[in-house]
Every structure is written in C-alpha cells, then in structure tokens.
Design a protein around this ligand. Structure first.
Ligand code: SAH
Ligand code: SF4
Length: 352
C-alpha cells in the first residue's frame, strides 16, 4: 500500500481511533497505548512506540500511516523568538504555521486550509485564492512538529487557528482536530479566528466544549467592511454582531474582535468611536493588528504610524473597550500567514 492508500490514524478523533485500531490489535489496552502515542505524544511513526511489540508495530505500519506534513522551510527566529514554518503536504500544497514563545505561555498558529476562498483584499492568503481543506492530521501535524522541535511543555501550550484559511469553512475536520487537542490542551487555551461565517459560528455555539472565538471585524460599518471583506455581502455585519450577542461565552472568557488597522482608512478617532458603538453590549476585547504590508497587496494599504495606532487604541479605551495591540515585529509574521508561500507561487484566481 502507498502512504495515501493507508488510513492516517491522525485523521481520526480519539474514540474513532481506538475503535479502528481495536479491530487490528488485542488486548484493548494496546489500542489505548497507541491512541496515547498518537494523540498525547504526537508520534508520527509506529517505530517510535517503544512499549508496543515490534511485530505489532510492523502490522500497524502495513495498514495505517501516522505521517505528518514535512517542514520544508523555517525562518530564523525573530528577536522575540517567533518563527514561521512552511510545510509541504502530500499533494504538493504548501501551508504555513507560526511558533510564538511568550513569557508565560507558547502559542502555535495553525493553518486550516491550503489557501482561502473568502478573498479578503488585505490578506496574502486571500490574494492567492482558494485551496483545499486541511485534514486533521495536517492540522495536528503542524502543531506536534513545532511543539516537538521546541520541546514545549504541554501545559504552556496555546493553539490559535489564525494561519492560512477559514477554519469555519472546514468545520468537520477542525472539530476532529479540537477533540485531539483536548486530550492535552484545555479548550480555553485554543482560539479559532473567523472572518464571520455565521452558520459556522452557530455550529460552534452548539459544541459541548468550545474553544475561544475571535472574529475579524476589521471595519466599523457594513459599507467599508464589504470593500475589504467581500464575505460581508453574504454575512452582513449587523447579523454577525447579532449572532455574537447570542454566542455562549464561558464564565471568565470573552470574545475577541480582531481589527486590522489600515492607515488613513479605518484608524481615525471617529472609526474607534464607531467600533466601540458597534461592539457595545458584547463581552468582547479588541485585538488591534497593525496592517502587515506585502508586495502582493494593494499599494494604498499601509500600516498606520505608532502615533495613529496609539490614538486609535486610547480612544477605544476611553470608550470603555478592553483592547490589546499586536506590536512586536516578530509577532507580525503571524498576522501575515501566506507571505512565505506567497513569495514563490503564482496567483490562482478563485474566490467565493
Ligand atoms: N480566516 C480567519 C483566520 C485567518 S486570518 C480570519 O479571517 O479570521 C487571521 C487574522 O489575520 C485575521 O484577523 C486577519 O484579519 C488578519 N490578517 C490577514 N492579513 C493581514 C495583514 N496583511 N496584516 C495584518 N493582519 C492580517
Ligand atoms: Fe481568508 Fe482570513 Fe485571509 Fe480573509 S483574512 S482571506 S478569511 S485567511
């Protein structure tokens, strides 16, 4: 069997994995050991499973695979330690992930699709057009590969789905991936960022265990949001805010409203006042993200000056809004997933 004909066990949720492996191995504790190797330790080969008899490992390798995507490039660490990874998938698609160490925790930013059909005009991934949904093994694989490379203790780990793609357009695979992560990471340490796919948010709301939800708002009104996020025509801003008002946030948690700051376009004092008004009544904090410039994006899109960023943020604060700013240069690489791949690829024109 070739790798692609074998079932990749990392594509299965924990219960499904134990049942599938249980058909091949006995006694039952062996299936449990294998599930732990895969989901808790992120093993990517059966050979690594040292407490499993050699013959059984060989049998498993004949029927199944446990492979992860391969790293083909990693940037040198930025001043704050952040590092971007480029992975190649079995079909040749390339995706990016980012390692972000912080003092009290470490975050890994994952891609959920190889491209994005949502087509926001300020985003390099959107610029390159639609790709395909990533499988669970391609998502957990980004995480475990980077976590192993840096030997980060699991209890410090945070996961953010803020890389390439729209996670709520790949919800089934993302939910399986979450179930695997929940084996070692608490839901409150995982965040899904969406461009505002209302049916996807409603599905998330029904899950018994929910990650944090971040929504890319990016403009204070329908008209301007439509200009940079065409998805706003399908899912209007007013309906999105109403959906978020109904969203059940757990005690002690809040929603995040991401807001990409574009110089002279959505960064004025009146924009901050309008944003505060739009978000009134929501249990939300704003994450202001200074725009990350890229040669593939429209030339008029610029990062605001630090003075303009401060003015915007302090206006929000004065309006009673809880706000954080993504300031460090190293961190910027996370707000610009797609740029590493973008350097070497021609553009496909396929948007929703
Ligand atoms: N598709 C999801 C998650 C991936 S994008 C979403 O849109 O939320 C993750 C974040 O990066 C979003 O908040 C998006 O607005 C932001 N982003 C995309 N391109 C950017 C750029 N060039 N500069 C700054 N932030 C950007
Ligand atoms: Fe897709 Fe998010 Fe980029 Fe928009 S910002 S194109 S939704 S990845």
């Amino acid at each position: 069997m070739t790798t692609s004909e074998r079932i990749n066990l990392h594509d299965l949720a924990p219960a499904q994995l134990s049942a599938t492996v249980g058909e091949v191995v006995s006694p039952p504790f062996r299936a449990k050991q294998i599930e732990e190797w895969l989901h808790l330790r992120g093993a990517s080969s059966f050979d690594a499973m040292t407490n499993i008899p050699k013959e059984l490992r060989a049998q498993l390798a004949e029927r199944f695979s446990a492979a992860f995507p391969e790293v083909i490039e990693r940037t040198t660490p930025a001043a704050d330690g952040s590092q971007k990874y480029l992975f190649v998938l079995e079909d040749g698609n390339r995706i990016e992930s980012v390692y972000m160490p912080m003092t009290d925790r470490t975050s890994i930013c994952l891609s959920s699709q190889a491209g994005c059909a949502v087509g926001c005009t300020f985003c390099v991934t959107g610029f390159f057009g639609a790709g395909r949904n990533l499988t669970p093994s391609e998502m957990t694989g980004q995480f475990f590969t980077i976590a192993h490379e840096h030997a980060v203790p699991m209890e410090q780990m945070n996961v953010v789905f803020m890389g390439m793609g729209e996670p709520l357009l790949n919800l089934d695979h993302v939910v399986t991936t979450l179930d695997v992560f929940y084996r070692s990471i608490a839901p409150k340490r995982i965040t899904i960022s969406t461009s505002g796919i209302i049916p996807g948010i409603e599905e998330l709301a029904k899950l018994p265990r929910r990650p944090n939800l971040a929504v890319s708002i990016n403009a204070p009104d329908q008209k301007r949001r439509e200009e940079i996020m065409p998805i706003t025509k399908k899912y209007p801003l007013g309906e999105l805010i109403a959906t978020l008002k109904r969203y059940p946030t757990e005690k002690g948690r809040e929603l995040t409203a991401e807001y990409v700051l574009l110089a002279g376009w959505n960064d004025s004092i009146s924009d901050a006042v309008a944003l505060a008004k739009l978000l009134r009544g929501l249990n939300v904090k704003v994450n202001a993200i200074p725009f990350n410039e890229d040669a593939n994006l429209p030339a008029w899109m610029k990062r605001p000056t630090d003075v303009a960023i401060d003015r915007f943020v302090s206006t929000l604060v004065r309006s009673g809004v809880h706000v954080t700013v993504r300031r460090s240069k190293g961190r910027d690489i996370a707000a610009a997933c797609g740029q590493l791949r973008g350097k070497s690829e021609p553009r496909k024109r396929s948007r929703v």
